[in-house]
Design a protein around this ligand. Structure first.
Ligand SMILES: CC(=O)CC(=O)SCCNC(=O)CCNC(=O)[C@H](O)C(C)(C)COP(=O)(O)OP(=O)(O)OC[C@H]1O[C@@H](n2cnc3c(N)ncnc32)[C@H](O)[C@@H]1OP(=O)(O)O
Ligand SMILES: NC(=O)C1=CN([C@@H]2O[C@H](COP(=O)(O)OP(=O)(O)OC[C@H]3O[C@@H](n4cnc5c(N)ncnc54)[C@H](O)[C@@H]3O)[C@@H](O)[C@H]2O)C=CC1
Length: 725
């Protein structure tokens, strides 16, 4: 293969008259332009050869295709590759050449057929699959639309409602379900896949099997009026669920055109819309996230050293509170035997009860059987001492955020655990060097920072000190993968990457309300921006105890830029500590529904008089845009410090940390990507102006000042960073 080309197809013609075209582009046989153009020429050759009666398309090494080569979108966005004529692939190649050919084709699907992969198979005249293969159109998740005819063929094969479900949720179905839906014609074992597909193709030639062009099918489509109602409902849901994104609605337009005006018009609309969506900012953000998420496991100097992860056979967790029980749940769900240690019987029982409740909720929802529940729970053992720690391979400490307690625990662990055992802490803010001050085995100390609820939230922040060994990081990356978390490896500092970046966000919000801004308007603006909730609702959710413990760490470590607001401590004095006490910034009913509380004013006024702040008429009337800027530019500022200090190796890691740890909207590409979409010059100028008016909390850091003065991208690599990794 030429080093400049990406992938190819090969064609072999058998003595039975079947040409088998194999897609080859490891690791997932994505459809690059090279693969697609090769496919076209193989196909043309097959059609012109007299010894070919039918065609089978398959993928190399157990995978049909993971879809269009996503990096191709980036090339088009950057202008490094010219987009082919609109509709060239979906209409000229897949419809007019392949589907309309006078020789039939059958797709032989193994492993997966996603996006363009499934769309290519739907243009064939039949699909044979191996059991368990994943079939789906996940394009909306990437900000694009099914652009190889999927908006037209899927509804015609599986019906409009199911097609909408598959397209709008981006969730694949398994081959067996695909078979019952009519998407797949037969499911056969892997060893029989090619022979069955060949025979099927010849049977079509001989009219023993039907010759079906999916795009012309109408039997699964509902009558026009009903179809319009279904699409209207889908549009309403989409507007509600993805209010800041245009491409799902554009995709529905393509579907509707096909149903109302026929498949050719639908294909043309799909092609037009497919080309337009590529340049949407949300699409650029989502594609950036796709590659950045896969990039977090590539850590220079760690994962490029040929280290093999050691097998972690048993894990101990210290503390069965909110976090410890969640971490235990995540581990046993992935078959790790776990010992949970608590201080006394009562707390131990409560901890195990929390794990049980986490699993029982799955049983209630039907996603776990009773047998699986029993089997999973049997992996969990309780303990009140360290005797059972003698054969564990990893310990995760999750006791309360108290430095001396953690120091004592780490010193004890060294006595009881085997020498190879990884000593991890789930601390959310405390510098790991402090935790390990009384421990000799510095190379085994690492942060395994989960997010609450730990069995649900996808991020695992792996924190490395200057002493942590590369082997330990590799081991933890492997555990992270097994428990299905997205890991981000960061350096050690107070708050690490996520909490450190996002601490100024809550602080900015407190700063604004003390000067007259409405907290509920701030929450609403931030939610509209795309965060799952605003800063005040979030404080209520995590609880004021955690908020105060975190704030204390930041006040101690970054006093020059920490805004000390008394709002939360004042409320806590009155025993309102967030959602758990049913009162915080909001009031909560039995169903935990939040409602604004007029009494909040009292605390804000008191905090204002304590801090000596005055109501500022400008801040009282902030627009939504200004609210977003004043709450998120301080986050960008801190992210710049984290990046400049080498706490993160790449800006993209901070994007992933922000999305998976804080719920930053993925379609904005993450915090640094978003910042660059606004421009460093503008962000710098705003922060600089606010710092002159409102003080050092807003002061841009040296890194931001330097890049902002040149208008340079914030995410460009830091060349001389004192990288901690
Ligand atoms: C034609 C259209 O209308 C538009 C399209 O088809 S858009 C593409 C639609 N397809 C998709 O969205 C599928 C995207 N891929 C995936 O979901 C997953 O990669 C997968 C289920 C295919 C495999 O998952 P996995 O086994 O966990 O492997 P994963 O780590 O994700 O991917 C393996 C590698 O393949 C790459 N890859 C996967 N799918 C790719 C694609 N469609 N294009 C380019 N690269 C792809 C990944 O970037 C990764 O590369 P690195 O090893 O360099 O990091
Ligand atoms: N609550 C959150 O949202 C998050 C918390 N964290 C961190 O996780 C840690 C735990 O936090 P939570 O679970 O919220 O606290 P928690 O208060 O719910 O649980 C702590 C548990 O540790 C137990 N414990 C105390 N000393 C112990 C000892 N010597 N041996 C065994 N058990 C002991 C306590 O009995 C209690 O059950 C803290 O370091 C916190 O900063 C990290 C991420 C998020």
């Amino acid at each position: 293969m030429d080093s400049r080309t990406k992938g190819k197809t090969v064609m072999e013609v058998g003595s039975d008259g079947v040409a088998v075209i194999t897609l080859i582009n490891p690791p997932v046989n994505s459809l690059s332009f090279d693969v697609l153009y090769n496919l076209k020429s193989n196909y043309e050759e097959a059609l012109s050869r007299n010894d070919v009666k039918a065609i089978v398309i398959t993928g190399a090494k157990g995978k049909f295709s993971g879809g269009f080569d996503i990096s191709g979108f980036g090339e088009i966005q950057k202008g490094t590759r010219k987009e082919p004529k609109v509709g060239y692939i979906s209409i000229d190649i897949l419809t007019d050449l392949l589907e309309a050919a006078r020789k039939p084709s059958v797709a032989a699907i193994d492993g997966l057929a996603l996006g363009g992969g499934l769309e290519l198979s739907m243009a064939c005249h039949a699909r044979i699959s191996t059991p368990g293969a994943q079939l789906g159109l996940p394009e909306l998740q990437l900000g694009v639309i099914p652009g190889f005819g999927g908006t037209q063929r899927l509804p015609r094969l599986v019906g409009l409602t199911k097609a909408l479900e598959m397209i709008l949720t981006s969730k694949p179905v398994r081959a067996e379900e695909g078979h019952s839906l009519g998407l797949i014609d037969a499911v056969v074992p892997s060893a029989e896949l090619l022979t069955t597909a060949r025979r099927w193709a010849l049977d079509i030639v001989e009219r023993r099997k039907p010759w079906i062009s999916s795009v012309l099918k109408t039997d699964k489509l509902p009558p026009l009026g009903e179809a319009r109602e279904i699409l209207k409902f889908a549009r309403g849901q989409t507007r509600k669920q993805a209010p800041n994104m245009k491409h799902p609605l554009m995709c529905l337009d393509a579907l509707e055109t096909g149903i109302v005006s026929g498949p050719r018009a639908g294909l043309e609309k799909e092609a037009e819309v497919g080309s337009q969506v590529i340049s949407l900012d949300t699409t650029k953000g989502l594609i950036h996230v796709f590659f950045s998420q896969r990039g977090t496991v590539k850590v220079p100097g760690v994962t490029d050293r040929g280290l093999i992860p050691r097998k972690i056979k048993k894990v101990a967790i210290i503390g069965g509170g909110l976090m410890g029980s969640g971490i235990a749940t995540a581990l046993i769900l992935s078959n790790y035997p776990v010992i949970l240690k608590e201080v006394n019987e009562k707390f131990l029982e409560a901890g195990i009860g929390r794990v049980k409740a986490n699993l029982q909720s799955r049983v209630r929802k039907g996603s776990m059987s009773k047998e699986k529940f029993e089997k999973t729970m049997s992996l969990l053992k309780g303990s009140l001492d360290y005797e059972s720690f003698r054969d564990v391979d990893m310990v995760i400490e999750a006791v309360i955020e108290n430095i001396s307690l953690k120091q004592q625990i780490f010193a004890d662990l060294e006595k009881y655990c085997p020498q190879h055992c990884i000593l991890a802490s789930n601390t959310s803010t405390i510098d790991l060097n402090k935790i390990g001050e009384r421990t000799k085995s510095q190379d085994r100390i690492v942060g395994a920072h989960f997010f609450s609820p730990a069995h649900v939230m996808p991020l695992l922040e792996i924190v490395r000190t200057n002493h942590t060994s590369a082997q330990v990081i590799v081991d933890l990356l492997d555990v992270g993968k097994k428990i299905k978390k997205t890991p981000v490896v960061v350096g050690n500092c107070t708050g690490f990457a996520v909490n450190r970046m996002f601490f100024p966000y809550t602080q900015a919000a407190m700063f604004l309300v003390e000067r007259g801004a409405d907290p509920y308007l701030i929450d609403s603006a931030v939610s509209k921006f795309g965060m799952p909730m605003g800063p005040f609702r979030l404080c209520d959710l995590v609880g004021f105890g955690v908020a105060i413990a975190t704030a204390t760490q930041f006040i101690e470590n970054f006093p020059e830029r920490t805004y000390k607001s008394m709002i939360i401590p004042l409320m806590q004095e009155d025993k309102r500590a967030g959602e758990a006490t049913r009162k915080g910034f909001y009031l909560y009913d039995d169903k935990r529904k939040a409602k604004p509380d007029p009494e909040l004013k009292k605390y804000i006024e008191k905090a204002r008089s304590m801090s000596g702040a005055n109501v500022d008429p400008k801040l009282v009337k902030l627009s939504e845009k200004e609210i977003i800027e004043m709450t998120f530019f301080p986050v960008v500022n801190e992210a710049c410090r984290v990046f400049a200090e080498g706490i993160a190796v790449k800006a993209a890691d901070l994007d992933i940390a922000a999305i998976f740890g804080m719920g930053f909207p993925p379609y904005r590409g993450g915090i640094m990507f978003w910042a660059d979409s606004i421009g460093s010059k503008y962000i710098y100028s705003r922060l600089d102006e606010w710092s002159k008016t409102y003080g050092d909390f807003f002061k841009p850091c040296a890194f931001l000042a330097e890049r902002g003065s040149k208008g340079a991208p914030l995410s460009a690599p830091v060349e001389q960073a004192r990288s901690r990794l």
